[in-house]
Design a binder for this molecule. Structure first.
Ligand code: GDP
Length: 336
């Protein structure tokens, strides 16, 4: 069909890449995904779970590969989700984080511009609430919105801030349709176990099944505005359908501590007091911590008609249920 819309997703193997590919496929898009590395172990799972995705090899740090990816996919919409995305990892690999998460955005924008697609391809840039930093002086009561001050607290947050501003700069300099989604933490069944929510639900399921005795965590007091990733990719898509390119916060408007997450997750397996099952390990503490994040999604709700569907208890519950199902299936295969 001549009018089939085409989308290119960088970061196709990540949590959001999976949710977004699914959404775009349901909407009838031809979906392309940029995949990195000679022996990427996730290639096979993409092929199995999302056989409709056409994979193109490339890397955010290799501009030539991005030009080729843009020429091959000729996208109406490009979603730049690829990044070194883990805050703790970014402290240990700050230069790599800058190369991929900051300069990679420039490489993507240039690939669109120099292939003559500045007016044709709409670009989504994955900005983040980590750009705000959660410091006392910088914490509005109603939550951060699109006009709040930035004060990133990690190499990841700093790199993302460069990406955010270069995206805005290409919007202003070349008239490109570049939308920036400032997304607060979004989790779900596809979240990597290096993130605290999935680490907890994965461990809770294994504790219930007798596969591990406890869990080691860092600080438990930080608070996050945790939403469901499946809801958030719908917001990304809406940003690219909007009449003008703009910045939008996507958040739930609620903030909860890791302790609250633990309480709900352990309650799902009938354990009221989680303390005997949790040990603190300084290895999981950060050189600088973001104390509290709370977002104000009013603009996205009013201008895009976006609203999150899954609430905090619903998020914890679906993640624990998923991990119980997958862990018990894996355990029964292993014991067969
Ligand atoms: P982030 O908000 O992007 O850094 O997402 P994470 O899920 O990695 O971390 C959320 C919060 O959980 C941060 O305040 C971390 O310091 C805290 N945290 C406590 N223990 C852990 C842990 O074992 N792993 C991770 N990833 N975070 C932890």
């Amino acid at each position: 069909m001549a009018d089939t819309r085409r989308a290119l997703i960088t970061g196709i193997t990540g949590q959001d890449g999976g949710h977004l590919a699914e959404l775009l496929h349901e909407k009838g898009y031809e979906v392309y995904g940029l995949i990195r590395g000679q022996h990427n172990p996730r290639r096979e799972s993409v092929a199995v779970e999302m056989p409709y995705v056409r994979l193109i090899e490339g890397d955010l740090t290799d501009p030539t590969s991005l030009v080729r990816a843009v020429e091959t996919s000729d996208p109406d919409e490009l979603y730049n989700l690829a990044a070194v995305s883990h805050v703790g990892y970014s402290f240990k690999n700050p230069t790599l984080t800058a190369d991929v998460t900051a300069k990679g955005v420039l490489n993507v924008l240039e690939a669109v511009r120099i292939t003559g697609r500045a007016e044709r391809t709409r670009v989504y840039q994955a900005s983040t609430s980590e750009m705000f930093g959660g410091l006392d002086y910088n914490r509005p009561g109603a939550g951060y919105n699109e006009n709040s001050l930035f004060h990133p607290r990690s190499p990841y947050g700093v790199a993302k801030l460069y990406g955010h501003w270069i995206a805005k700069n290409y919007r202003e300099s070349y008239g490109m349709f570049v939308a920036c989604g400032i997304l607060f933490n979004h989790e779900g069944e596809r979240r990597g176990v290096e993130f605290v929510t999935r680490k907890i639900t994965h461990a809770v399921a294994r504790i219930k099944l007798g596969l591990q005795p406890d869990i080691e965590l860092g600080d438990l007091w930080p608070k996050r505005d945790w939403g469901y990733a499946g809801d958030f990719v719908e917001g990304m898509w809406r940003m690219l359908q909007h009449s003008v390119p703009d910045d939008f916060v996507l958040a739930t408007g609620e903030t909860h501590s890791i302790e609250e997450f633990l309480t709900l997750a352990f309650a799902e397996i009938g354990i009221e007091d989680w303390r005997p099952y949790v040990r603190q390990n300084p290895e999981f503490m950060r050189p600088a911590e973001v104390d509290i994040l709370l977002g104000d999604p009013t603009k996205a709700e009013q201008e895009l008609g976006w609203r999150r569907k899954v609430d905090f208890p619903g998020l914890v519950s679906r993640m624990v249920a998923h991990d119980l199902a997958t862990q018990s299936a894996a355990a029964s295969i292993a014991s067969a």
